[in-house]
Design a protein around this ligand. Structure first.
Ligand code: PLP
Length: 379
């Protein structure tokens, strides 16, 4: 290759990376904890590889920042954190009997959600002669996903009140639509049901477990209903449904890629599989090494989605391929090797999620493990 005539400092020739900005995480943590009382327990939710970032990196930082608790969905996610040296209490939101042995070995705290699971777990603890094992009771107040029905209260009490194997650390529920202004009544009903159920259980236990029902959306919207603990996921990563709060948060992850090749298309030339795009005028396209197998929704193809190059939006043309996308850079001063921002700081993931007809949760948690994670701080 002859020496290039262009000598642009943006020309990084980096590969696709997911940058994780720990200063942005710190900022979000400080902002969110400023919204709760100092005696509230702060649980950082790091399930699904910390919403598609890196569970170990995020959990270690949260531990340093002073989070009180962590939550994961499955037992194996908790083991990964323990093996990385995380010592904070870890709640497992969706434990299954197949993993009770490792759950107990690694001191993970199950959210018990049904009589069936409670019976299985009690039997498991009795067989192993374990006492006062910390568990959490999940009450189904309307989401109808996981949880005891409030009318099962007496059954739960019958199983645990005289049982020394477990200690109930908390009683909680998950709200159906806390971000929705039109569902305030349902939300208030859910909160009341949790309170009533918990007070009956606490009375029979003779001690009062912590109560909690707030995820990010409800902790910012129903700040007076936070009880003893908040379970915060999305807010930590920089997004909420509340646009005002959103402005105060910073995206933690930024997906960056690079221009691998550029093409000058003539009218009639097409781009990608099945001629998903056909130029009707001279067009400059750039090919980027990131595709649907990396978590770029196929729905972003054919002009729906975009990336940012040199501060300007470049729309995706043609279909999203497994390992690549092509974007229109006709109006953008750029070159091969140049950095591209797919989403993150300066190109928020929530806008791109909307363009893909999905939610920020799905977009950011879907970034594949083949993309390198890189810790950064503000420079
Ligand atoms: C995922 C999850 C959370 C976190 O929700 P965010 O909206 O990301 O803050 C809290 N509680 C439960 C039960 C969850 O499954």
């Amino acid at each position: 290759m002859t020496p290039t005539t262009m000598n642009n400092s943006n020309n990084s020739w980096s590969e696709t990376v997911l940058e994780i900005n720990l200063d942005a995480l710190t900022h979000n943590f400080n902002f969110l904890t400023s919204k709760i009382n100092s005696d509230h327990v702060f649980m950082g939710v790091v399930k699904a590889n910390a919403y598609g970032s890196d569970a170990i990196i995020i959990a270690k930082e949260l531990e340093k920042l002073g989070a009180d608790y962590l939550a994961v969905a499955y037992s194996k996610e908790g083991i990964e954190l323990r093996e990385a040296g995380i010592e904070l209490p870890i709640m497992v939101l969706h434990p299954l009997p197949a993993n009770f042995d490792i759950l107990v070995t690694y001191k993970l705290e199950p959210a018990i959600y049904s009589v069936n699971i409670l019976n299985h777990f009690l039997r498991f603890l009795e067989d192993d002669d374990v006492q006062h094992y910390p568990i959490h009771l999940k009450i189904n107040t309307g989401l109808n996903r996981l949880g005891f029905k409030p009318n099962q209260t007496q059954e739960i009490i019958g199983l645990i009140s005289e049982n020394k194997s477990v200690k109930i650390h908390s009683i909680f529920s998950h709200l159906v639509a806390s971000e929705d202004q039109n569902e305030t009544e349902l939300t208030q009903t859910q909160i009341r049901q949790l309170e009533e159920t918990a007070s009956v259980i606490s009375e029979s236990l003779g001690y009062r477990p912590m109560l909690h029902c707030s995820n990010t959306a409800s902790m910012v919207k129903y700040s007076q209903e936070q009880f003893d603990m908040v379970r915060v996921g999305m807010g930590l990563y920089g997004y909420t449904y509340d646009s005002e709060i959103n402005q105060q948060l910073r995206p933690v992850t930024t997906l960056k890629t690079v221009i691998s090749q550029m093409h000058h298309l003539q009218p009639g030339d097409s781009v990608g599989y099945n001629r998903g795009f056909t130029a009707n005028q001279p067009t400059k396209s750039a090919t980027l090494p990131v595709g649907h197998a990396d978590g770029i929704p196929r729905k972003l193809g054919k002009g729906k989605g975009w990336v940012v190059i040199n501060g300007q939006k470049a729309h995706i043309i043609g279909n999203v391929c497994m390992d690549m996308i092509m974007v229109d850079v006709s109006e953008i001063l750029c070159e091969e090797g140049q950095e591209v921002i797919v989403f993150g700081e300066n190109n928020p993931a929530d806008m791109l999620a909307e363009a893909a007809d999905t939610i920020t949760y799905e977009l950011i948690s879907g970034i594949s493990s083949r993309i390198e994670r890189k810790i950064i701080r503000d420079n």
